[in-house]
Write a protein that binds this ligand. Structure first.
Ligand code: CMP
Length: 141
């Protein structure tokens, strides 16, 4: 059993896609272990994406992530990290496989509707970034 972090980005929330995206997770072997809708502060978004701070798109990425509310979730299930990445599709929606969240909903590489942890190690760091362990409802069935 693994956990991974998912974020429905401001474009997904603005376009009323929360339910459709959560359904993709719940219908494909993932459970919601923690969930919060929040408007990230600039400091919070910069901290979350600190690994990208030297990339040319960092400023644009942070501006976008603070442009409206997001939904932050811990997802739990077998192979949750890879399963979530398979459901999301490639970072660039024009390269995402048909039927993935980004192929179906995302409009550009910057506004790509969802974030998902890229490894189990980063999943732990990212879940801890947003949720105290008491807020993660692990293994409830
Ligand atoms: P995400 O999976 O949230 O992780 C980092 C984000 O940076 C990525 O999704 C994209 O939304 C964004 N990103 C990556 N490459 C670019 C780019 N070339 N231009 C703008 N944003 C990018």
């Amino acid at each position: 059993m693994e956990q991974t972090l998912s974020i429905i980005k401001p474009d997904g929330v603005k376009r009323n896609l929360i339910g459709k995206i959560v359904d993709r997770f719940e219908s494909n072997g993932l459970r919601i272990a923690a969930m919060e809708m929040k408007w990230l502060s600039r400091r919070e978004a910069e901290g979350f994406y600190a690994v990208h701070k030297d990339r040319p798109f960092f400023g644009e990425l942070v501006d976008f992530m603070v442009s409206g509310p997001v939904v932050v979730m811990a997802l739990e299930g077998e192979d949750a990290v890879v399963r979530n990445r398979d459901l999301m599709g490639a970072t660039n929606p024009s390269e995402a496989k048909a039927g993935t969240i980004r192929a179906d909903f995302a409009e550009s590489i910057g506004e790509n509707t969802v974030h998902g942890s890229d490894s189990l190690e980063n999943a732990k760091i990212e879940i801890n970034y947003f949720f105290p362990s008491t807020q993660v409802m692990s293994d409830i069935k």
